[in-house]
Design a protein around this ligand. Structure first.
Ligand code: HEC
Ligand code: HEC
Length: 496
């Protein structure tokens, strides 16, 4: 926890609702705070919670001391063989704990940090090879609470020349909360879209005529495609999703569909920690620009370390991120503010924000199957409501996104092209849940406030932006008050 500068209760909340909201207004009794037990804590419960927080703090201090005299103790937390998971040795809860350990872990030479070239810690990444710009995931994802966003000083400068910031694609760290729901929603949407394509292909083949398919999933319109009898596809009118119809919800451009792939990529480009899944792929299809020119296939980055990240850790990190707390809506309790909040909420719908920032998405299947990469490995099934850190969401997810990419206009466009093939001005609708706690805003963190973020909207959002600008000052304030209620459940924290 050193890099997050504090100890929070979050690791303890599994099943045990210890994350207590400590809002001053809570004393009022009639409160909209989503208390874990449905009511404010009693003094005894509060006392227990404080002791647990202090105990956790003590334990973490102890582990730090232990690491000082027994070097490598901490690194054992980031070693987990997939075969052990396959043998059923770990509960979902235990995998979560492993994932937590890996997220907090300060990657170091002992783990295979960097590439042994002495060129570690570059502010600007070099092409797809990455940077070495941090030591832990938590180091960048920590603003507004554990697993939160990052300040502009934690920005990533991706796909650059390794030297000049102007050569890179600039990205600000978003929070990593509630992502199990996002991953599952996107997968269900992919399922719907690919089925529509499959059915059309069968129809085109049997009829010998091209078939036009209107692509809709969970009420979101992705344009249309024409499937020809020979199976080829005209996708010129496809919108907001890749031609393979896979909805990729992660990253500001929406470039990655699976959490395990994100964790793997982040470890590689931020720490030079290469998963052996990647090393195996590199063996089949060498990509030295991305993996390095190392002496053998098992050590592509040539730092003398092999199998730097086990597949089991990827599984644990995917389970962990899927089961992190979900942001909540906490309207103000003060009567006047509450009225202004309600007006702001209505304005949010009326001026067209919900065209992209859809309030709700419904998840049909609440179980997620985390499938490892190796053939023969056993999938881990997690339940998104009954497993994981409190608070959870039911099947109705208050995401405030359509998980679709949009043209956001030239003013918001990236300065450079990235390698993902998505145009510079196109971004996926950023979910607004928890947005009150995730400043700064927009893909490069250019906006300090929520209202500034709206003012940068252009392209498909130009009408919503100009309608926003025509509002009275009071109405704009009301909208701001509404956005500030999209927050996360406050938790007790013992400062370090
Ligand atoms: C140098 C800072 C930094 C470090 C270290 C870092 N991240 Fe990130 N993270 C970012 C940035 C910037 C983005 C946005 C990237 C993009 O849009 O492609 C991001 C995005 C993400 C996302 C996607 C979230 C979403 O909603 O789109 C996940 C998941 C994630 N990071 C997990 C991790 C994990 C796991 C680690 C450690 C292995 C890690 N990050 C380390 C900066 C960082
Ligand atoms: C055409 C789709 C669209 C519409 C309409 C739209 N947005 Fe957005 N919004 C986006 C996208 C895409 C992003 C991410 C931009 C980026 O990556 O820099 C975003 C980002 C944001 C952010 C910053 C979130 C963050 O975490 O950085 C806020 C706040 C926001 N929108 C609020 C609004 C409000 C309020 C409205 C209505 C006035 C609105 N948006 C209308 C697509 C839209």
């Amino acid at each position: 926890m050193t890099s997050t500068g504090g100890v929070t209760m979050r690791r303890d909340v599994w099943g045990l609702p210890l994350g207590l909201a400590l809002l001053a207004s809570a004393a009022a009794g009639a409160t909209s705070v989503p208390w874990p037990r449905g009511r404010p804590p009693t003094p005894i419960e509060l006392d227990e919670t404080v002791s647990d927080a202090v105990e956790l703090y003590d334990q973490e201090r102890y582990e730090e001391y232990l690491e000082a005299y027994e070097r490598g103790e901490d690194s054992e937390h980031v070693f987990l063989l997939q075969t052990w998971i396959d043998q059923g040795r770990y509960s979902v809860e235990k995998l979560f704990t492993f994932g937590d350990g890996a997220f907090e872990h300060d990657f170091q030479e002992l783990d295979g940090y960097g590439d042994g070239s002495g060129r570690n810690l570059k502010r600007v990444h070099e092409g797809t090879y990455g940077g070495r710009d941090a030591h832990s995931c938590a180091g960048c994802h920590q603003l507004g609470g554990a697993n939160g966003s990052g300040n502009v000083t934690a920005n990533g400068f991706y796909f650059g020349d390794g030297e000049a910031i102007g050569s890179a694609v600039v990205r600000n760290p978003p929070a990593v909360l509630g992502l199990g729901y996002v991953q599952a929603l996107a997968a269900e949407m992919t399922g719907v879209l690919t089925k529509l394509r499959r059915d059309a292909a069968a129809k085109a083949e049997s009829s010998g005529e091209p078939v036009l398919v209107q692509l809709q999933a969970k009420g979101v319109d992705f344009g249309r495609i024409v499937v020809r009898p020979d199976g080829t596809i005209d996708d010129t009118e496809l919108e907001g999703v890749d031609p393979d119809l896979v909805v990729r919800p992660f990253g500001w451009k929406g470039h990655t569909a699976r959490l395990r792939r994100f964790a793997e990529r982040a470890a590689r480009i931020h720490f030079g920690i290469q998963s052996h899944v990647l090393a195996e792929q590199h063996q089949e299809d060498p990509q030295p620009e991305r993996m390095g020119w190392g002496p053998n296939w098992w050590d592509p980055d040539g730092d003398g370390h092999q199998r730097e990240l086990e597949e089991g850790i990827l599984t644990a990190m995917a389970v962990y991120m899927a089961l992190l707390e979900v942001p909540v809506i906490i309207p103000p309790t003060d009567a006047e503010l509450r009225e202004r909040w309600a007006d702001g909420s209505a304005l949010f719908d009326r001026i067209g924000c919900t065209e992209c920032h859809r309030r709700k998405m419904t998840l049909n299947r609440l179980e997620w199957t985390e499938t490892p990469d190796s053939a023969g490995s056993k999938p881990v099934t997690i339940h998104l409501v009954t497993d994981g850190e409190a608070p959870r969401s039911p099947g109705e997810v208050n995401l405030f996104s359509d998980l679709k990419r949009h043209d956001m206009g030239d003013d918001l466009a990236d300065a450079n092209e990235g390698p993902d093939g998505v145009a510079r001005n196109v971004f996926i609708t950023r979910p607004l849940w928890g947005v009150a706690e995730t400043p700064p805003y927009l893909h490069d963190g250019r906006a300090a406030t929520l209202l500034d973020a709206i003012r940068w909207h252009g392209g498909e959002a130009a009408t919503a932006r100009s309608t926003f600008e025509e509002l009275t000052a009071t109405q704009r304030q009301n909208l701001h008050i509404f956005l500030l209620s999209l927050t996360r459940q406050p938790k007790l924290k013992v400062a370090q």
